[in-house]
Design a protein around this ligand. Structure first.
Ligand code: 13P
Length: 270
């Protein structure tokens, strides 16, 4: 039987960086550097104020638009917040939820993230749910329990028929924006296996085999290939390197090449 080939992702999380001119330049450089390759889903997640202008630049290309957050209500008196409907209106296909910077710097709870996940999926957005442990949690052997908790609470009551619109990003907090400490391919592979196992317990083995799990945390052109060839690593959520079109495109090419290799292997095994 042909082994399951999961969708591969390369997602650029621009965080609170760029200005309008830079956002325009960066998006254009990414679009110009892409061919029509369909094996890897490529997404740009600019800050809210630049979603519309980036959306215009990538229109008609293979690059998708994503947001970095949302508020889990359709509309209302929520000053400063942005609804799923507004994101869809701007052409967003994806939304990143539960990013560690929102959990740790802005105090978002698992329950609040869970609310966002359910509302986003119900609205028709594809959700990238981020999970990951702190250095302290890793050092005290709490990684598995933490991943278990963030998945259990973050995905509570998510309907099985909306799982097609979900992917997970494993982002160890200690590896984000950190050139000294970044996860080894083995650490990423092990954590992804824990995530897939827990996901299987929650939603069944078939869903566990089809859910894509991206890795995030100091992914660069020189370590992307080693990460992507690991079992269960289905792409990357990229911060710093996504602000440089050449680096981002090099990571996209690494994902495409790994995806080709996996398809050839699957064909041989079939
Ligand atoms: P860096 O790639 O800068 O480590 O950021 C990772 C991240 O947080 C992506 O969401």
């Amino acid at each position: 039987m042909r082994p399951a080939i999961r969708q591969k992702y390369v997602v650029g999380n621009w965080k609170m960086y760029t200005n309008a001119a830079e956002a325009r330049r960066l998006a254009k450089a990414v679009v110009d550097g892409m061919n029509m390759e369909e094996r890897v889903s490529v997404t740009l997640c600019p800050p809210f104020p630049y979603l519309a202008l980036v959306g215009e630049i990538i229109e008609g290309s293979r690059v998708a638009l994503g947001a970095q957050n949302l508020y889990p209500e359709k509309e209302g008196a929520f000053t400063g917040e942005v609804s799923p409907t507004m994101l869809l209106d701007l052409g967003c296909k994806y939304v990143i939820l539960g990013h560690s910077e929102r959990r740790h710097k802005l105090g978002e709870s698992d329950a609040f993230i869970n609310q966002k996940v359910k509302v986003a999926l119900a609205a028709g957005l594809d959700v990238i749910l981020c999970v990951g442990e702190t250095l302290e949690q890793r050092k005290t052997n709490q990684t598995e329990a933490l991943l278990d908790r963030q998945l259990t609470l973050g995905l509570a009551d998510v309907p099985a028929d909306s799982l097609m619109g979900l992917s997970i990003a494993y982002e160890p907090v200690w590896a984000i924006g950190n050139l000294e400490h970044h996860a080894t391919p083995q650490q990423a592979q092990d954590a992804h296996a824990v995530i897939r196992h827990r996901f299987g317990e929650m939603f069944g083995e078939k869903s566990a085999q089809t859910i894509s799990v991206q890795y995030g945390g100091s992914v660069k052109p020189d370590n992307a290939g080693a990460l992507f060839c690991r079992d269960g690593v289905d792409g990357a959520l990229i911060g710093g390197a996504s602000l440089h079109a050449d680096q981002f495109l090099a990571i996209v090419r690494a994902a495409i090449s790994m995806s080709q290799t996996q398809e050839n292997t699957a064909d041989t095994a079939a």
